[in-house]
Design a binder for this molecule. Structure first.
Ligand SMILES: [Fe+2]
Length: 268
């Protein structure tokens, strides 16, 4: 399995403070069946501003420590970019997820939907694909899925006029727009278990029922979150989602990552 969103690198953001804690988290991920982890520290102007070189160096140090301790887990670089007015400046030198041209993008409730659309469109035009981090945690993507509705009908609902005063936080067409321009959607496994509350759990279930998710991640920040690794079966969700163009999801990537880890360990 591949974890597409994880704060595993020590001393970069609000992830683990020490190498020892990062190693403990990595060991737990490996024991839970993960073979590859995208290390995605926050990049937020004024809060978490480590540069890409620091991310790569820290990743190499942690990977070397995992090899030394014979923990089979391939670490891949990445960032969790915060979508605001500074983002495009950071993306002049983007750090994409692993070998892909995917950029993990976090969208806050406060960001106007039109600005989100424009920014994601600009990213697409620059040759990268926005992967929306945990949309279930963002009120922009919250809706109540009626029973027995097909995807087409639900997109019609997204495009209908909002009915409440909260419409600026609940822009119904944003999800359809982002899906339409080819964005990817990454779900947090903890959302399905309700660790962010019932509202988020319900939103995750609704988005999953629409097969919106293309990737999943733990969004693990510390050893405190390790309990969820044993409580959630990622495969249960992976099997119900599809990548764009109906490519098989993750299994082949996981097999490939396993092989790469083996080669990496053998070469040491
Ligand atoms: Fe995160």
């Amino acid at each position: 399995m591949t974890d597409w969103h994880c704060h595993l690198l020590p001393g970069i953001d609000d992830g683990p403070a020490t190498m020892a804690e990062a190693v403990e988290m990595a060991r737990a991920l490996s024991q839970a069946g993960y073979t590859a982890v995208h290390c995605t520290p926050h990049l937020v102007k004024g809060t978490f501003e480590a540069d890409n070189a620091t991310v790569r160096t820290t990743l190499a140090l942690l990977q070397a420590e995992l090899v030394r301790q014979r923990i089979e887990l391939l670490l891949l670089p990445g960032r969790e970019y915060y979508l605001d007015e500074f983002l495009m400046e950071y993306l002049e030198k983007p750090l994409a997820l692993g070998n892909e041209r995917f950029l993990l993008i976090e969208i806050s409730d406060q960001m106007p939907a039109e600005f989100v659309k424009e920014t994601c469109y600009r990213i697409k035009c620059s040759g990268y694909v926005p992967m929306i981090a945990h949309p279930e945690r963002c009120r922009h993507f919250e809706f109540h899925a009626p029973h027995n509705k097909g995807l087409r009908e639900l997109f019609n609902i997204f495009n209908s006029k909002p009915k409440t005063q909260k419409s600026d936080l609940n822009e119904p067409s944003l999800l359809g727009y982002l899906k339409g321009i080819g964005c990817l959607f990454q779900g947090n496994l903890g959302s399905f278990a309700g660790i962010y509350g019932e509202r988020v759990r319900q939103s995750a279930a609704n988005l999953n029922s629409l097969k919106m998710y293309t990737h999943f991640g733990t969004d693990l920040h510390s050893t405190k979150g390790l309990g969820m690794l044993s409580g959630i079966n990622m495969g249960e969700f992976i099997s119900s989602s599809k990548k764009p163009n109906d490519e098989p999801l993750l299994k082949s990537e996981s097999d490939q990552a396993s092989e790469t880890v083996r080669q990496f360990l053998d070469s040491q």
